[in-house]
Design a protein around this ligand. Structure first.
Ligand SMILES: *[C@@H]1O[C@H](CO)[C@@H](O)[C@H](O)[C@H]1NC(C)=O
Length: 151
């Protein structure tokens, strides 16, 4: 039982490290007015994504550049707080990482928009790795729910 919980902890640690490191990187370069260097990647991707939403649904989501900074701040919070809570084995952390990954992935890893074949392949791989992360989080949450029923 003790060995099992060590294995589980190491598993959560390895999983959380991805989010902790990328969240810490974004936080360190975060600028309250501009969002920082990450915004030069995020803003055009957001524009493209909202353009698709508008094409498909005919709904024009009124998001301005200032809102992008707020969204980036919220994403960094979800990523860091979610990873810390997940590491401590709280389901809330898994829900936060799920929300983060599921909302960021189609915006940032939009392989369907990329013409260059190599760049497209990279985003395609990132996209499906993130889908696998969502799957792992669902697997974790399913296990937690089952454990609560058994307890
Ligand atoms: C944020 O960026 C603006 C514009 O580049 C700059 O003037 C400001 O000093 C930066 N703020 C911080 C806290 O780095």
């Amino acid at each position: 039982m003790a060995a099992g919980s060590t294995v589980s902890f190491v598993g959560r640690l390895l999983f959380a490290l991805l989010f902790l490191s990328s969240g810490a990187q974004k936080l360190q370069s975060f600028n309250v007015t501009t969002g920082g260097p990450v915004m030069s990647l995020m803003a055009p991707k957001m524009d493209t994504f909202l353009g698709h939403i508008k094409d498909i649904t005919h709904i024009d989501i009124p998001l301005e550049k200032e809102h992008y900074v707020l969204l980036l701040g919220a994403a960094i919070f979800l990523e860091l707080a979610g990873a810390a809570l997940f590491l401590a084995n709280y389901s809330a952390g898994a829900y936060m990482l799920l929300l983060f990954t599921a909302s960021v992935t189609p915006v940032i890893h939009n392989w369907w928009d990329i013409k260059d074949q190599n760049a497209q392949l990279v985003e395609l791989i990132m996209f499906f790795k993130n889908i696998a992360l969502v799957g792992a989080l669902l697997f974790y949450l399913g296990g937690q729910a089952r454990r609560l029923r058994i307890d």
